[in-house]
Design a protein. Structure first.
Length: 114
């Protein structure tokens, strides 16, 4: 079964940038859509961005223009480039397919604070 490992989170000041990675232990090529999700304290997990196997992307309105999702099927890796970060972007970030197919990874914590 495919396992997902997210990395790249950290503490950043408002306006800063981070680049997240999600490495899959097996092939994600068959997953038509891969996505990044996030869960803030006390809130439900929400979809942040998705990308099809062919590279078509979509974003939540709250991150549109600031975040960029990409995938490398040969490396079984999904990326999320985040810029102009805001305190409300603070959350644990996860990747998975859409619809969900794989067990959730441990996620990577992103904290935006001065």
């Amino acid at each position: 079964q495919v396992q997902l490992v997210e990395s790249g989170g950290g503490l950043v000041q408002p306006g800063g940038s981070l680049a997240l990675s999600c490495a899959a232990s097996g092939s994600i090529f068959d997953s038509m859509v891969m996505a990044w999700y996030r869960q803030a304290p006390g809130k439900e997990r929400e979809l942040v961005a998705g990308i099809t196997r062919g590279g078509t992307t979509n974003y939540a309105d709250s991150v549109k223009g600031r975040f960029t999702i990409s995938r490398d099927n040969a490396k079984n890796t999904v990326y999320l480039r985040m810029t102009s970060l805001k305190p409300e972007d603070t959350a644990v970030y996860y990747c998975n397919s859409r619809p969900l197919r794989y067990p959730w990874g441990q996620g990577t914590q992103v904290t935006v604070s001065s």
